[in-house]
Design a protein around this ligand. Structure first.
Ligand SMILES: Nc1ncnc2c1ncn2[C@@H]1O[C@H](COP(=O)(O)OP(=O)(O)O)[C@@H](O)[C@H]1O
Ligand SMILES: [Mg+2]
Length: 494
């Protein structure tokens, strides 16, 4: 890569996009922004120009589809003023009739060469450093035949090489792969993509398809388009983020549970709590979080399943109140509607908690709810894998909760996360002496010599209680455990 060109970059006005591009666009080049109507091209064009205006540059918006006042209204809806942006609209070419009223011409009646010439004219006079051209689709319509259209595009391209100007050409994507010829004459290509979800909001993502001379981050990146514009969430790549940390056991806050785990939890690993509803998975996660809070560490808890209020009051009733830590910001408890949040945005939230707020424990409660509301499970599991790898490399203790269907008998999970997890704790209901009890076991650990015994697990008003190893259980993994041993169960011991 040319050193000089990598030093000087033009900010797109969208920080996430700038970082995907390793700093921004190479100045004085032509870029193509492709996307279906509504995908965010106009918004991106506006953000690009407003960034230039903020830096005191001259900027020009060429709008062939909307009028200047329509464009101003769109900008105003985002809270932006276009006072500093020069606007060229197609209607300026309309001829004046006898009454001095502007008549609106059918686009095809306007000589295309005239439009192109007028745009070039304006640029020569006004010398903008940035131009957004919205859109090529109208150029295509105006040209009426492909050959004339190509000629105009080439004329524009040659013109732009003679002026110092960074150009975004916006284009309604016409085919699956876009306009290949157009792509080849542009210095870079950005594709905007949107899909409608079965429920929840639409999912938007973008991809840099091509960018000459820049080591950009490829693949899809989620983005939001809300009032205030586009926010891009750069896809998380775990290997970019490594740090050193001590991998010594950390207590769960419960001695029996620590012993079951072979010493406690290890920073830089994740633990999957798996079992039926009501078995105590969330309470266990709260217990682990609370002991971290008491050590002075920060905790990020992402709640997908239940209400914040329920969790707070329920934990209080179990002697595991953590409210005092919420106010100080040490406990970051967020309730998330997965239908409204893309995986990319979720990852960036988690990253912010870890990198800016120094969270040492991260809880995802539950993974089912998170995965459920998102389409394309395969893609989603890959993202989850990347996030978990990232958290491990950051030395975080990650707790994942996975609910299973059924209370007793055969248990079923929606997803298999076992290969993603370092440690698996299994919760099971069992019956003994006419009472429903809970059995807890560690079925896998990559980092410790965990117990192979089963212990009884119980919630009381003083938090959780973990009993002595029970060696004579049968059938825990089949989901119909029976206890045939002599060790007294919890509560029965004096
Ligand atoms: N003020 C706003 N607040 C939130 N979302 C908006 C606002 N204005 C536009 N949008 C969203 O942006 C979309 C249009 O984006 P736009 O940049 O005009 O797309 P394109 O130029 O690719 O057709 C709309 O469909 C809407 O979802
Ligand atoms: Mg548009």
């Amino acid at each position: 890569m040319n050193k000089a060109s990598s030093d000087k970059r033009v900010s797109t006005g969208i920080s996430g996009l700038d970082s995907i591009l390793g700093g921004g666009l190479t100045p004085d080049r032509i870029y193509l922004v492709e996307g279906a109507p509504g995908s965010g091209k106009t918004t991106m064009g506006l953000q690009f120009l407003l960034e230039g205006a903020r830096r005191g540059e001259h900027t020009l918006y060429v709008t062939l589809s909307e009028t200047a006042s329509e464009l101003r209204a769109v900008a105003a809806s985002h809270g932006w003023s276009l006072d500093q942006v020069d606007i060229f609209e197609l209607l300026e070419l309309g001829v004046l009739d006898a009454d001095g009223e502007q008549s609106i011409l059918h686009p095809s009646e306007v000589e295309l060469g005239e439009t192109t010439r007028a745009v070039m004219d304006r640029i020569t006079r006004f010398r903008p450093a940035r131009v957004a051209f919205d859109s090529l689709s109208e150029m295509r319509l105006l040209a009426q035949n492909p050959l004339r259209y190509r000629r105009q595009i080439m004329a524009l391209k040659h013109f732009f090489t003679t002026v110092n100007c960074t150009v975004l050409l916006l284009d309604d994507q016409t085919s699956e792969v876009g306009d290949l010829q157009l792509r080849s004459i542009c210095h870079g290509v950005i594709e905007l993509d949107q899909s409608i979800q079965e429920f929840g909001s639409q999912r938007r993502r973008l991809q840099v398809v091509k960018m000459r001379g820049i080591a950009y981050r490829g693949g899809y990146h989620d983005f939001n388009l809300d009032t205030g514009g586009i926010t891009v969430f750069q896809r998380l790549v775990a290997s970019d983020h490594r740090r050193d940390f001590a991998a010594k056991f950390i207590t769960t806050g419960n001695e029996g549970m620590d012993r079951l785990l072979g010493g406690g939890l290890t920073p830089g690993t994740n633990t999957l709590l798996i079992g039926p509803a009501g078995a105590g998975k969330t309470t266990t996660a709260i217990q682990v979080g609370l002991s971290a809070l008491q050590r002075g560490e920060s905790v990020a808890y992402y709640l997908f399943d239940e209400g914040l209020g329920t969790l707070v009051s329920r934990s209080g009733a179990l002697g595991l109140g953590f409210e005092e830590y919420i106010d100080g910001g040490q406990m970051m408890l967020s309730q998330i509607d997965p239908a409204e949040l893309s995986p990319g945005e979720f990852s960036s939230k988690v990253r912010a908690a870890v990198e800016s707020k120094h969270a040492k424990v991260v809880v995802i409660d539950s993974v089912n709810a998170y995965l459920h509301a998102m389409p394309g499970e395969k893609h989603l599991l890959l993202q989850m894998h990347e996030l978990l790898t990232y958290l491990n490399q950051q030395g975080i203790i990650t707790i994942l909760i996975l609910g299973q269907h059924g209370l007793i008998g055969e248990m079923r999970s929606d997803v298999d996360l076992s290969y993603l997890s370092d440690t698996i704790m299994l919760f099971r209901f069992f019956e003994s002496g006419g009472e429903l009890r809970t059995a807890l076991s560690v079925v896998k650990s990559r980092t410790s010599a965990h117990e192979h015994a089963i212990r009884e697990f119980r919630l009381t008003t003083q938090g959780m209680e973990v009993g002595e190893p029970l060696t004579d259980f049968e059938g825990v993994l089949t989901g119909i455990p029976t206890y045939r041993g002599d060790v007294p169960l919890l509560g029965a011991r004096g």
